[in-house]
Ligand binder design. Structure first.
Ligand SMILES: CCCCCCCC/C=C\C=C\CC(=O)SCCNC(=O)CCNC(=O)[C@H](O)C(C)(C)COP(=O)(O)OP(=O)(O)OC[C@H]1O[C@@H](n2cnc3c(N)ncnc32)[C@H](O)[C@@H]1OP(=O)(O)O
Length: 730
């Protein structure tokens, strides 16, 4: 039985049981329905309490069953909606005891109960929108009736999860308890036996609409369109809420179902659900020696140090402090220290305010303290150090040598490089097994991704410690192997290069960005480069001798070692155009550090002169071709990364792209996207591009892609097993 019943006095306690999160699978729904009907008919039962086993109410409908569900036939079968109706219509009071989580269908079930008691640490939310769906079991009709249209609109269209104390203030739950929510619910159930229930049925409540409800909904659609470019579910959620506003409850439920089904089998829903499980699967890392996430034991980090308080170091320090870790922040001179400490303090203040607003001033854990110092000796008691100085191998090695002699034995040493060799850095220490790459993304206190770069000697303890730390920091950690640029930036390089080649060939930054933004990227390649800072790539190209003093004399302007090269980004940097930080880059900004990109006539004129000077003929490229020209080489590099065994599987690449590179989640990630459009299409276009541009090696189709097409393009989940990973280094 997926729903268990036991009787306490005259109260029937129904417990949902489906480990690990008590997901509401079809079997659980059937079982719930049977038990509910049973207790409703049992004259000895006067009231009902609904709860979940092992301190979790429910993580919602069972997402794993969605791909096996056929809307055409299964719609006729009983669904969660029917269970909710029976609970709500019951003449005996039904009380939900919410512990742990009540998410998606789990919260919808709780909303159908007459009362809701939550444990103080419980969290609730209608998260379906993040899975490309909408709450399809009455959530879009009940929540606005319960808490009002504006608050429900916010929760349903963003998938926001709120802690129980906030849920009480919003009116989602009736009260919170620090003790057992089940006992409290039983107590309440006994107390309310015999009391009228009509006013407790949300379906009977009139909807309170603000006078401007139409413009509220329309404005929300415009805002969501911008925030989640190209994503359907957010828009459809608004329409379901519109139905709640305009229609009686029963008709609203019919409309909700119709809208739910329009999303249910969509490619976007598949992509979002794939992204959800991909994140869970990358947490399960393994090394060639057989160590894995299950066997290795992570160490707890209480004190961490950050070296270097530039933009990255500031964000990392804040991220650690937000996770209640004590932070020691080190800089090399007074001026940098003061600048860095001011910035960290300001960000922490903003974050505190945000936290207080979110938690509605409910008593909560404070942030860890940050101590600022010039003294390296202050690091001697740190459990873990993250070096975040700029990308210079000599400087990093000097720092790691010092750390080796100062830090306590057993302290973990991490480098926040975005592409330098972890083994070379580890080689100067007394503990290469305790050295690892932790590649954060800017702004580090907000971005979800942590690329965890395993060096040759990195022990399973440091891998599991850093992966565990990523969870503590509320980030998604992905273990990858050590290679130039790692995974994320290795794929980014051909994408950016292709975009820059388009400028040489006659397109503008605005045109290229528009195509990629319409695809769903939060920012096109040029706006993103301006945000990240053009000088970062420039420094790295100088280090590799592609430009600057190390460039071999006589190198052709538009070629390096026989391959096509565009000096455009180098020239911009030489002009002092580093992007937002200097107020100008591919665009111009209202001020130094400004955020609003505007067309810059200087750039257009410069591109025109450059093309003229190099006698480059303009090419006519359609929008579709701009997209394929930029994305397919990125995908191709993904296959090469898999071929080289740098990432364990396509899911790892996709999680990196979804969480660190602004890839639209509703397109699943580059590898998932390739599987959706079809590998033969990607291969044919790459072959065509490469034939016409033999001086761009990133267009040469990877062997893995060719092999997969030859094997009939098996589904993504079979890519690993089909190829057996002969080269795997992970
Ligand atoms: C056409 C006919 C259709 C008819 C049906 C119509 C009726 C529609 C009615 C209702 C529809 C409702 C839609 C939904 O409810 S969608 C689900 C909404 N729920 C969520 O979005 C929650 C997702 N889960 C989480 O956020 C977390 O997992 C959380 C529950 C917070 C637990 O987090 P944590 O403790 O960190 O653990 P993990 O994330 O690692 O998860 C542990 C394992 O549990 C698996 N899991 C989690 N949630 C679900 C789920 N809802 N369904 C299936 N499996 C789930 C997760 O994958 C982990 O397992 P594994 O490690 O093997 O991957």
């Amino acid at each position: 039985m997926a729903a268990l019943k036991h009787i306490v006095g005259s109260v029937a306690v129904i417990t949902i049981r489906n480990p690990p999160v008590n997901a509401l699978s079809p079997q659980v729904q059937v079982s719930l329905m049977e038990v509910l009907k049973d207790v409703t008919l049992d004259p000895s039962v006067k009231a009902i309490v609904l709860c979940g086993e092992n301190g979790k109410f429910s993580g919602g409908a069972d997402i794993r069953t969605f791909s096996k569900t056929d809307p055409k036939t299964d719609i006729k079968r009983m669904s969660l909606d029917d269970v909710n109706s029976v609970a709500e219509r019951s003449r005996k009071p039904v009380v939900a005891a919410v512990e742990g989580v009540a998410l998606g269908g789990g919260l919808e079930l709780a909303l159908a109960c007459h009362y809701r008691i939550a444990h103080v640490k419980a969290r609730v939310g209608l998260t379906e929108v993040l899975l490309g769906l909408l709450p399809g079991a009455g959530g879009t009709q009940r929540l606005p009736r319960l808490i009002g249209v504006p608050a429900a609109l916010d929760m349903i269209t963003t998938g926001k999860i709120v802690p129980a104390p906030v849920a009480v203030k919003l009116g989602i739950v009736d009260s919170v308890t620090e003790g057992s929510a089940v006992e409290e619910a039983i107590h309440l159930a006994q107390k309310v036996v015999g009391q009228p229930l009509e006013s407790r049925r949300i379906c009977s409540k009139p909807i309170q609409c603000p006078p401007n409800v139409d413009s509220l909904l329309n404005d929300a659609k415009v805002k969501l369109k911008k925030q989640f470019r190209g994503a359907e579910s957010h828009q459809v959620c608004v329409e379901a809420i519109r139905a709640a506003v305009q229609l009686p409850f029963a008709e609203g439920i019919v409309k909700e179902r119709e809208l739910f089904l329009s999303l249910f089998n969509s490619d976007q829903a598949k992509a979002c659900q794939y992204a959800f499980f991909a994140e869970r699967s990358v947490a399960k890392w393994t090394t060639p020696s057989g160590a894995n996430w299950k066997s290795a034991s992570p160490q707890t980090i209480r004190t961490a140090a950050v070296i270097g308080l530039g933009t990255m170091g500031q964000g990392i320090a804040v991220s650690l402090a937000k996770a209640q870790i004590q932070v020691i922040a080190v800089e090399q001179d007074e001026q940098q220290l003061e600048k860095g400490s001011k910035a960290v303090t300001a960000i922490l203040e903003r974050e505190t305010l945000k936290k207080q607003q979110f938690e509605l001033a409910h008593k909560s854990d404070s942030f860890g303290s940050v101590t600022f110092t010039l003294d390296f000796n202050a690091l001697k008691n740190a459990d873990l150090v993250i070096e975040a100085v700029y990308e210079n191998m000599a400087l990093k090695k000097e720092i790691f040598q010092r750390l080796s002699s100062i830090c306590k034995p057993g302290a973990f040493l991490c480098t926040n490089t975005s592409g330098l060799d972890i083994d070379e850095i580890a080689s100067v220490t007394d503990r290469p097994h305790l050295v690892i790459g932790t590649h954060f993304f800017s702004p580090a206190h907000l971005m979800k991704l942590l690329e965890v770069v395993r060096g040759y000697h990195s022990s399973s303890t440091i891998i599991s410690t850093v992966m565990n730390l990523s969870k503590v920091l509320n980030k998604v950690g992905v273990v990858v192997d050590n290679c130039p640029l790692f995974v994320g930036n290795r794929l980014l390089l051909p994408y950016i290069n292709q975009a820059v080649f388009l400028l040489e060939d006659g397109r503008t930054p605005e045109e290229v960005d528009q195509v990629l933004e319409e695809f769903g990227y939060a920012m096109g390649p040029f706006r993103m480069s301006d945000l990240a800072g053009l000088d970062i790539g420039w420094r790295s190209r100088m280090e590799f001798g592609l430009t600057g003093p190390k460039l071999l004399p006589g190198a052709p302007v538009r070629q390096r070692e026989g391959k096509r090269y565009s000096p455009l980004p180098d020239i911009l940097c030489e002009e002092g155009r580093f992007g937002q930080k200097s107020g100008k880059g591919w665009y111009q900004y209202e001020t130094v550090g400004g955020r609003n990109a505007a067309r810059d006539p200087w750039v257009h004129n410069f591109l025109h002169e450059y093309r003229r000077a190099h006698a480059i003929k303009q090419k006519n490229v359609s929008q579709g071709e701009i997209l394929e020209w930029c994305l397919y080489p990125l995908i191709n590099e993904g296959f090469k990364v898999l071929e080289d065994g740098i990432a364990s599987g396509p899911e790892d690449i996709d999680v990196i792209y979804n969480n660190g590179y602004g890839w639209p989640r509703h397109k699943g990630g580059p590898m998932f996207y390739a599987s959706m459009i079809g590998l033969p299409r990607v291969l044919v276009k790459l072959e065509e591009f490469y034939k016409n541009n033999p001086d761009i090696p990133s267009l040469k189709p990877s062997n893995l892609l060719k092999a997969l097409v030859k094997q009939g393009s098996p589904p993504l989940k079979e890519w690993r097993s089909q190829l057996g990973y002969p080269n795997s280094r992970l």
